[in-house]
Write a protein that binds this ligand. Structure first.
Ligand SMILES: Nc1ncnc2c1ncn2[C@@H]1O[C@H](COP(=O)(O)OP(=O)(O)OP(=O)(O)O)[C@@H](O)[C@H]1O
Ligand SMILES: [Mg+2]
Length: 239
């Protein structure tokens, strides 16, 4: 089986002579669900930018869907096949209303306006957020923004997803909803997160980015753990 993403010996740094990532090798295969963990500033978001061609590596080769991608024009062809959900939802949402934002991708892919709107509505339904369709994106709550940014990429029917810190700012309910959505997707994805428990429930394999390298230790098994209840006396329910 051919990988959807293949990084070969990728090195990159923002400052000359100061590599942030060194000889990184990474592959994402169809249906594969990978988690990427690592300290703040390790270069996880940078790695996602490299995969989507937003920045170019110093050296190494990036192959997406069997195509070697070097320049912007190579990435332009495949970018809508990679649903990249940014760490900051405000970078993703650009239109006044949710429906317009979710329809933008399909419109850009060449669908007629009515078809694009239809697809956007379908995606909102799939994520159970139809009620947000006519809301202004700028006054959504943080969690709502996050789910809407996921909708903006799913509406393009990508072949894979890259989610950068998808649980930040989500309450337990929205986080559970997102876990359910991801578990029901038949898509390959790479999730960048500091949330071990979330990765344990959404990914099959976890990689660590540390000291410029990716480490994979198959003996490391993430486990679900009990959580403390600061509001233990306040009425609450568990699913
Ligand atoms: N455009 C830029 N120019 C210079 N340095 C940058 C730039 N973008 C990021 N950096 C630096 O590169 C390093 C890696 O950043 P990156 O955002 O990839 O880390 P990260 O692993 O995603 O961290 P976090 O867990 O905090 O999201 C950081 O030290 C950051 O300050
Ligand atoms: Mg980051």
């Amino acid at each position: 089986m051919k990988p959807l993403v293949s990084l070969k010996n990728i090195s990159f740094g923002y400052k000359r002579e100061k590599p942030l990532l060194q000889e990184i090798n990474l592959q994402l295969f169809p249906q594969e669900k990978i988690g990427l963990i690592g300290p703040n500033g390790a270069g996880k978001t940078t790695l996602a930018f490299l995969i989507t061609g937003l920045i170019q590596p110093w050296q190494g080769e990036i192959e997406i869907l069997g195509q070697v991608c070097k320049e912007e024009k190579d990435f332009q062809k495949i970018r809508s096949k990679i649903g990249f959900v940014f760490q900051n939802a405000d970078d993703q949402l650009i239109f006044p209303t949710v429906l317009e934002d979710v329809a933008f991708g399909p419109l850009n892919q060449g669908l007629k306006p009515e078809q694009a709107l239809e697809k956007a509505k379908k995606t909102l339904k799939q994520l159970n957020i139809e009620r947000l369709a006519s809301r202004n994106t700028f006054n959504l709550s943080g969690g709502e923004k996050k789910i809407v940014s996921i909708a903006t990429v799913l509406s393009m029917e990508p072949q894979m997803l890259i989610l950068d810190e998808p649980t930040v700012g989500l309450d337990e309910n929205s986080r559970d909803k997102l876990i359910e959505i991801l578990n029901n997707l038949e898509l390959a994805y790479l999730i960048i997160s500091h949330d071990y428990d979330f990765l344990a429930r959404t990914t099959d394999k976890q990689l660590i980015l540390k000291d410029k390298k990716i480490i994979y230790d198959p003996s490391v098994v993430l486990h679900k753990h009990e959580h403390a209840h600061p509001l233990g006396y306040v009425y609450h329910t568990h699913k």
